[in-house]
Every structure is written in C-alpha cells, then in structure tokens.
Design a protein around this ligand. Structure first.
Ligand code: SF4
Ligand code: SF4
Length: 361
C-alpha cells in the first residue's frame, strides 16, 4: 500500500521539525521505503502500479545497507515501510522493522490490511507487531481498495492497537464523482481521507470521466514540499524520490547523506520548474505537447513527465512508475543487484506513448 493521503500527524512533530530545520537547514524527517511494488490488489487509482504480478522487492542486504545509511542522516526519525503491500514479504518487513528500531528510528507500516480477517486474529498480529516495537500501523480502507469490510471492526482494531501501544490509523481516498468538482479531503480522529491523485495507474483510465481544468491553472505542486521535503521515497531500484518518479539520486550509487546534501532543488531540471510555476511550468519550459484540460495538478505533471522521459533519463526514475501497469519480469532481473546498474531499468512499452486527453473533454 502506498502512502499518498495526508501526511501523518505525529504529536510534537512540528516542534521536532522546527528544531531539525534550525539545525540542518532542512525538514526531512521520514524515509518511506517502498519495500516492493508487488501487491495483493491492483487498484485503479494506484500511482505505483501495484499488482500481484510485480516481482520487484528489496533484498535483505539492501534493507540492511539502506537503514544503516538512513540512521546516519541527521534529523531523520521515521522509517515508513510500504509498497505495494509490504506484508507480502513479511520476513523482510520484520527484519527491516527490527533493524530500524535497533538504529533508534521510529517505524510505521502502511498496508491495505488484506491479512485482517477478524478482530480476534488482529490481536494476535498485534502481539507480533508489539514485539517488533512498531510505532504506527496505517491501514488503507475505502471503496477503491475494496476493503470496506473492515469498517465494521474498525473501532475494535484501533482500540486493540492502542492497548498494544501502537497507533493505528485508517487512511482513505475519496471516490471520484465523474464530472463533479473533486471531493474535499475529510479528516477525523482515526480516518484521514485524501483526494485521489491522477498519476500512475490513475492517469491511465480513471481520469477519463473526471472534470478537467485548464492546464495553465496548475501553477503549483499541491502535495509535496519539493524545495524542502519532509519525506522522500526510496525503492528497490535505489531511487530517492521527492515525488514518485522524480529522482534526486540513487542509493546504489551514492550515500543517502550525499544525495541529500547535494540536492539543490532549483537546479534540478524537473523540480526547478515545478517549484517555479508548478506542472504548467514544465509544459512551458520544455515546450511539451499537451491537452487543454487535466483532472488535477498531478495529472498534468505526470503526463508532462512521461513526455520528458527520454530527455531526462536520470531524473525521471524509476521508469517502472511511468508504465502502463505492466509488471517487470519475475525474479530480480529488473532489480538493481541483477542489472548491476539500478538506472538501467526497463521501460514498459507504452511509457513512450503518452495518452493525450481529447481537447475539451
Ligand atoms: S493502491 Fe491498491 S494496488 Fe496500489 S499499493 Fe495500495 S492496495 Fe496495492
Ligand atoms: S504536482 Fe507533480 S510533483 Fe507535485 S505531487 Fe503532483 S505529481 Fe508530484
């Protein structure tokens, strides 16, 4: 399960962030390890093309190396384990959780909750999570995840988790209503609802029935603090991403601390324009062919980036996130260790053929 909805609110986080920013000049306090792109689901709105057939996954050695590096970066306090669905590779997940704790980091796991069959069994799972000293468990639950079944036991799950000392949150995305204004995000004590973002698989069909806005109106990035990220995602290809598919470096080639220290947002050929004028600036700066209307800022951003893949092959990574949902070959043939070069990633066939939205749609 990917973590796209509103950022986790952690008590005291603002104060911690201010202190860290003062110390180091940056706000980054969380690394999201995308343990795998494999998932039990294949949701239509998934921006990372999660699917049962995907085989990309961290190796144990890679998890060890990355957590060792993460722990050395001043200010980083949290490691989120997500996917895909991280529980698909539970031995790897539990190994990572243990290592992160040993390194003095706080831990969170984001899941679609596929393994939760009833509240009684969940208590048994909680014992395992408690032994792993898990701090936060985030469970996606909404119509698009096809797991509304959890609603009836949600309160019991949260209560049981609290008793085990684990913060349990339910995340959800709004279900899009064709031809209507995008829904507002809702926020509750244990439910955080966010809007769908139309990138990844969501930009390959789900966007068609959506209301569209003039492309030039998307003049800022609404979701990420690209100039001073509070989180970055790192996947098994080693790509350090300030937003999915926008790489600022590769951990197979450089230490994380070096990547972060060398990150100059204004000089990054994708991030720079996004900071200056949002996705619309990408279109203008690079003269990218475009349609008249887009479902949201991410839809325009993602569509433009797909057009720019060949022009910025070292920044628009991993290539997998620009595909049409096609899984790479089983095994580690597409992974960094097998290829010997994490940047030589296969590009799904349709990645070079961006789908244009008809004018006036
Ligand atoms: S959005 Fe759906 S397919 Fe994608 S990772 Fe989450 S549960 Fe899996
Ligand atoms: S506008 Fe672009 S950079 Fe910002 S969140 Fe959307 S896809 Fe990411």
């Amino acid at each position: 399960m990917t973590r796209e909805e509103a950022p986790l609110e952690i008590q005291g986080a603002d104060q911690i962030k201010e202190e860290k920013t003062a110390d180091r000049g940056r706000s980054l306090d969380a690394i999201h390890l995308v343990l795998t792109y494999r998932c039990t689901n294949q949701c239509r709105h998934c921006f990372c093309f999660g699917a049962p057939g995907n085989r990309q996954v961290f190796s144990f050695a890679q998890v060890e190396r990355y957590i060792e590096q993460i722990a050395k970066v001043p200010g980083i306090q949290w490691v989120f384990f997500e996917g895909g669905e991280p529980f698909v590779y539970f031995p790897l997940l539990s190994h990572g959780l243990r290592l992160a704790k040993q390194a003095g980091l706080q831990t969170a796991v984001v899941t679609n909750g596929y393994f939760i069959t009833n509240a009684r069994d969940f208590i048994s799972y909680l014992r395992v999570f408690r032994d792993l000293k898990l701090d936060v468990l985030q469970i996606s639950m909404d119509q698009l995840h096809h797991n509304r079944r959890l609603e009836s036991i949600q309160a019991r799950l949260v209560e049981a988790a609290n008793r085990a000392g684990i913060l349990c949150q339910f995340l959800g995305v709004s279900v899009p209503e064709p031809d209507e204004e995008p829904l507002e995000a809702r926020r509750g004590s244990t439910i955080v609802d966010g809007q769908i973002v139309f990138r990844g698989r969501a930009a390959h069909g789900l966007e068609r029935d959506q209301a569209k806005w003039l492309w030039s109106s998307f003049d800022e990035c609404p979701h990420e603090r690209l100039d001073d990220p509070y989180r970055v995602h790192v996947d098994m290809y080693g790509e350090v991403q300030v937003c999915q598919g926008i790489s600022i470096g590769n951990m197979e080639q450089q230490k994380l601390v070096q990547i972060l220290d060398q990150y100059v947002p204004s000089e990054h050929p994708i991030v720079g324009p996004l900071i200056e004028g949002g996705p619309a600036e990408l279109i203008t700066r690079y003269d990218v062919p475009h349609a008249r209307g887009y479902a949201d800022a991410c839809h325009l951003c993602y569509s433009a980036r797909r057009r720019l893949l060949d022009r910025f092959p070292h920044q628009l990574l991993p290539r997998f996130l620009y595909g049409g949902g096609a899984a790479t070959e089983p095994g580690r043939s597409s992974g960094p260790e097998a290829s010997g070069d994490a940047r030589k990633q296969e590009v799904p066939e349709d990645a070079k053929k961006p789908e244009m939205i008809p004018e006036g749609s």
